[in-house]
Design a protein around this ligand. Structure first.
Ligand SMILES: Cc1ncc(COP(=O)(O)O)c(C=O)c1O
Length: 442
């Protein structure tokens, strides 16, 4: 089939996520390898978003593919009530690579289900019901996870679960309290504590934060933010849930983003990089105290595919790849090169207001005017408000790159296996596309 045939077949019979169906114009894909994928007409794309920020180890890794093949051959499936070696081994590996005393895992199929179950763990363990989450956050599309998400995708599907309260973010480029990083008194931190007090600390089960905020603008918190969130939670007996679905598995140059700040959460959720997308898998890992709590109480949670043997085999092999290919070290090293390149783009282009980069997790924030910081397209922009930003997706594709752009952001989140030549290729393409966005500045 040609690319057009494949797209037409899809357009007729399947829905595309988060989109007005008549407006979608998807690429096709028939083959992937390393940091590239190819459409059905043979055109190659540099994958600068690791698909959905999940193919951290890169495409076509033979070790993971073989592990999946072998597991399917030996035992494709047994139900979650049966103990298997891969399930126990992967649980053990997660206990080893996660911080603090996180030690016991419930496996899910993806990130949203992991967060659903994190809410249950927190409510059951504390006997409290409220959850504090942030506005600039995405935690998944199921009812509970979407209620946690401040992301505007929540709005058309409300009402969702009760008891979720949103707070402001440490978005230093556009501080919601009007300060700069140098002049502020961490109003964003005091604000969280104030909201907890207004809501009644005895009613608050958990505070959930993305390790580093992903799709809501790639917001990197100041260094004292996570440690002080830990202190606030400890002060009021509130559990700290760390959503590492996007920022985990080497993405930021550490196993998990919170490792940058030496913080141990009570519950960590993960998915995406856990298997790098080769097979779906998510997980909730909890502290020893929470694990112990269920030693003599029933655990009211379950999924047909929890601990699916094939997902377990993929997870074990993927963690092996991070270790053997030193991908987290590579993310750190390439992240340094990338950050420099992005700073150069910022200096050269009138439309680049800010670049934020930690490891290989980065965004370019585009403005009409660097002084006023007026965004090139507004937050939650409708199609007719996108202005010059509407040209970005096709400009990237024409140049053989695929990555996400949203409102006034262009994300650059390549596989951790990327080398310097591929990284510079990507920067060159972004440079050309920013010449286009510069035409939208004053
Ligand atoms: C931080 C975060 N949490 C949770 C999710 C939901 O994961 P999934 O789409 O696997 O349900 C996502 C997805 O992008 C995410 O970025």
């Amino acid at each position: 089939m040609t690319s057009k045939d494949i797209v037409n077949l899809n357009r007729e019979y399947v829905f595309f996520s988060w989109s007005t169906q008549s407006a979608v114009n998807p690429l096709s894909a028939v083959r992937t390898d390393g940091v590239y994928f190819w459409d059905a007409d043979g055109k190659r794309y540099l994958d600068f978003s690791s698909q959905l920020m999940n193919v951290n180890i890169g495409h076509g890794n033979q070790k993971v593919i073989k592990a999946i093949q072998q597991q399917v051959q030996e035992m494709a499936f047994v139900y979650p009530g049966i103990a298997t070696e891969p399930k126990g081994r992967l649980g053990q590996m997660l206990a080893e690579i996660t911080p603090g005393d996180l030690c016991k895992t419930l496996f899910t199929l993806g990130g949203a289900e992991a967060n659903e179950n994190a809410i249950k763990f927190a409510r059951l363990y504390t006997g409290r019901h409220k959850i504090i989450a942030r506005y600039r956050a995405y935690h998944g599309a199921t009812a509970g996870a979407m209620a946690l998400s401040g992301d505007p995708r929540r709005l058309p599907v409300e009402p969702l679960i009760p008891g979720v309260i949103h707070v402001m973010d440490p978005y230093c480029y556009r501080c919601p309290f009007g300060w700069t990083l140098e002049t502020c008194h961490r109003e964003c931190i005091a604000h969280v504590e104030q909201v907890i007090r207004f809501e009644g600390p005895d009613n608050v089960a958990a505070l959930i934060l993305e390790g580093v905020t992903g799709t809501s603008g790639l917001i990197i918190p100041p260094d004292d933010y996570w440690p002080r969130m830990r202190e606030i939670c400890d002060r009021y007996g509130i559990l700290l849930i760390d959503d590492e679905v996007m920022s985990g598995f080497g993405r930021t140059g550490e196993w998990f983003a919170v490792d940058h700040w030496g913080v141990a959460p009570d519950i960590m959720t993960m998915a995406k990089g856990l298997t790098s997308g080769y097979i779906p898998l998510g997980a909730v890992v909890v502290s020893k105290d929470i694990a112990d709590y269920f030693e003599d109480r029933p655990l009211p949670m379950g999924l047909t595919y929890s601990g699916h043997p094939v997902s377990m085999a993929a997870g074990i092999a993927t963690i092996g790849v991070y270790q053997e290919q030193r991908l987290i070290e590579n993310a750190r090293a390439m992240g340094g090169v990338f950050k420099e390149g992005l700073e150069e783009l910022k200096a050269r282009h009138s439309s680049v207001g800010d670049v934020r980069c930690i490891g290989l997790f980065s965004v370019i924030e585009l403005v009409k005017d660097k002084e006023t910081k007026e965004p090139l397209a507004p937050w939650n922009a409708k199609a007719h408000e996108m202005g010059v930003m509407a040209q970005v997706p096709s400009a990237l594709r024409e140049r053989g790159m695929y990555t996400f752009s949203k409102w006034n952001w262009i994300f650059a989140i390549p596989p951790l296996s990327i080398n310097e030549t591929e990284l510079h290729d990507g920067l060159r393409i972004l440079d050309e596309v920013l010449d286009i966005t510069d035409t939208g500045t004053r």
